[in-house]
Write a protein that binds this ligand. Structure first.
Ligand code: AMP
Length: 398
């Protein structure tokens, strides 16, 4: 078990905290969605209320290892102060003169936010000199940035070697609780719903979930790789040929293990990738319904939606990762909307595994109707695949 933020004594001590403040800005550098800042508040408040001298760091965007105005964390500092109802000092460098000065002046119960860690190329290289300077005089490190915990960077992994204690914040703690602990012994039937476009990333999760799941629902563009492998025509739909063999192996493995593996019975197709494109639904594959040339599968079909709802309704634990179709476009969103609503209405333990499915859950449902919405994309997938996350592995053990 890793050390938790609840286990540490922080009164009067300098604490370095890694947050995930990678929020979207508009062209005027105004924050358009502050969910990630809100999500970090419980850990920040806890540390401040317990008397920490709190130094917060984060990355933002993908600068080229040098300062770039559009990736500055200054607007985040202002919003954080607003949400806390308390001033937050802002250092316009990460380990430079200004940061050093503000850190030296820091009093118990107050916070300073450092400028973007990725303004220095040594962050992503996990350079130990940079990590040492970032740790500075901090005695304790708290990592609450789940979204970057799968990267061994100076601010997620390197710093742990330069402090006496490293603990996880509330966010990481709840991610591990839901994605690892609760799924280790799920109430059955345990249903895994996978969708989206990146078969390569997700097929490993399907493989690892084979050990635990009772049923799978496969939607999104992923489904066409499976259907093509089975010998069906899939027209111009998105396919990753290199995963066809593996997809057949998975179907076979499911059969052998008595796991129900559901692919969409029919498909909503379109010829143009436009918001108001005309769409139609194919006949079920079992009735000869295939996807002709020049047509592309963009969502699960109407029969598939009804089939999937029945499967969702009988599950007692549901893990959902990936949209059923191109939900960003109005005419291609029905499958994702109906599935999201079915999951939200379920009495099962419902876990939404990050990325686009969380966006869809927030957009089409009341987020409170799900038991857990993961804040990670790649990090959630790696955790579900059974991989060790360097940003978690490096924390102190209890
Ligand atoms: P992922 O990053 O793997 O979770 O994929 C999410 C993306 O998959 C979303 O942006 C969807 O628009 C896209 N997607 C879902 N279904 C399809 C489809 N049938 N064809 C193309 N893209 C899709």
């Amino acid at each position: 078990m890793k050390l938790s933020i609840k286990d540490i004594q922080v009164n009067g001590k300098e604490v370095l905290m890694r947050c995930d403040f990678n929020v979207p800005y508009n062209t005027d550098l105004e924050i358009t969605d502050d969910t990630r800042i809100q999500a970090a508040l419980p850990s920040i408040k806890h540390l401040l209320e317990n008397g920490a001298k709190l130094v917060i760091c984060s990355h933002m965007g993908r600068p080229a290892g040098v300062p770039e105005e559009k990736y500055s964390l200054r607007p985040v500092g202002l919003r954080l102060a607003e949400l806390l109802g308390a001033p937050v000092a802002f250092a316009d460098d990460t380990i430079g003169e200004n940061a050093t000065l503000l850190r030296a002046q820091l009093e118990s119960g107050h916070a300073v936010l450092l400028e973007n860690t990725r303004f220095d190329e040594r962050e992503k290289a996990n350079d130990s000199e940079f990590a040492k300077a970032l740790a500075g005089n901090a005695d304790i490190f708290v990592n609450d940035a789940f979204g970057t915990a799968h990267r061994a960077h100076a601010s997620t992994e390197g710093v742990t070697h330069h402090v006496s204690q490293s603990a996880m914040g509330f966010l990481i703690e709840s991610e591990l609780e839901f994605l690892l602990e609760k799924l280790a012994e799920p109430e059955r039937p345990f249903l895994v719903i996978m969708g989206g476009a990146k078969v390569g990333d997700k097929i490993q999760v399907i493989r690892s979930m084979m050990e635990k799941a009772d049923e799978f629902l496969i939607g999104g563009a992923m489904a066409y790789t499976f259907r093509k492998a089975q010998g069906y025509k899939i027209g111009d739909s998105l396919v990753q040929d290199e995963f066809m063999d593996l997809s057949l192996e998975l179907i076979k493995e499911a059969e052998e293990k008595g796991i129900k593996f559901h692919l969409p019975t029919d498909t909503r197709i379109a010829q143009e990738f436009k918001d108001d494109a005309e769409t139609k639904v194919t006949a079920p594959y079992s009735e000869g319904g295939e996807i002709e040339e020049h047509w592309e599968g963009i969502d699960i079909g109407d029969v598939a939606i009804e089939d999937f709802k029945v499967v969702v309704a009988r599950a007692k634990t549901i893990l959902w990762n990936g949209p059923m179709g191109v939900f960003e476009k109005t005419n291609f969103a029905k499958g994702t909307i109906e599935l999201a609503k079915a999951v939200a209405a379920s009495d099962a333990l419902t876990i939404v595994g990050g990325g686009d499915s969380v966006t869809a859950a927030n957009k089409f449902c009341n987020p409170g109707d799900f038991d857990f919405l993961s804040t990670g994309g790649g990090a959630s997938l790696e955790l579900l695949e059974g991989k060790e996350l360097p940003g978690v592995a490096a924390l102190s053990n209890k």
